[in-house]
Ligand binder design. Structure first.
Ligand code: 2BA
Length: 153
């Protein structure tokens, strides 16, 4: 196994190498109305995006399901609430995040239960996200490069 470690950089990768940087990540702010968040989600095509405060600190995530749940009344979706309820009232805050220095396996572990993990600095300023896609892409490349060792076709 030592041979594999030295031959391929998978073991040396950090969250910083894998991440999509903040300027390319669709996000919303805590005080945005749900209507705005829904617009961002539908237009970007993503099912969930990060929520930041006015200083660009990471606060949680908001997704289409959370918005629908928030406006669900007893018998109908109360769509009028989309303009009066803000993201802060519907977002999830129990979301793990990592720092840029996190190693590949820490990212992989976090992505078992989440489709993306947010990367923040020590003061929680948002740096970007690491997606399942990025991690799977590197793993696929790693297995391909080492296919002789793993006896893959
Ligand atoms: P989902 O939106 O549920 O997307 C699941 C997967 O579907 C994505 O996996 C990607 O492979 C594909 N996909 C969905 N919408 C796409 C789009 N507009 N353009 C290209 N591919 C799209 P991952 O790439 O691994 O992303 C995992 C999750 O990370 C996404 O879940 C989304 O919640 C978030 N995400 C990814 N890129 C983002 C970005 N630039 N801004 C905000 N959130 C992003």
């Amino acid at each position: 196994m030592e041979f594999i470690k030295e031959e391929h950089t998978l073991f040396n990768l950090t969250a910083e190498d894998l991440m999509i940087s903040s300027e390319k990540v669709a996000h919303v702010q805590m005080n945005n109305p749900l209507e705005h968040a829904l617009l961002i989600l539908v237009k970007s095509g993503y099912s969930a995006v990060p929520v930041l405060d006015s200083k660009y600190r990471f606060k949680g995530i908001i997704g289409k399901g959370m918005i629908l749940n928030e406006i669900l009344g007893i018998e109908r979706f109360e769509t009028e609430n989309l303009s009066t309820t803000i993201v802060e009232d519907a977002m999830r805050t129990d979301i793990p995040c990592l720092e840029k220095s996190a190693d590949f396996f820490t990212c992989l572990k976090a992505l078992i239960d989440h489709s993306f993990v947010c990367i923040v600095d020590q003061e929680h300023y948002f740096d970007g996200i690491v997606t399942r896609r990025a991690v799977l892409k590197h793993m696929n490349q790693y297995f391909y490069v080492n296919k002789d060792i793993f006896k893959l076709n």
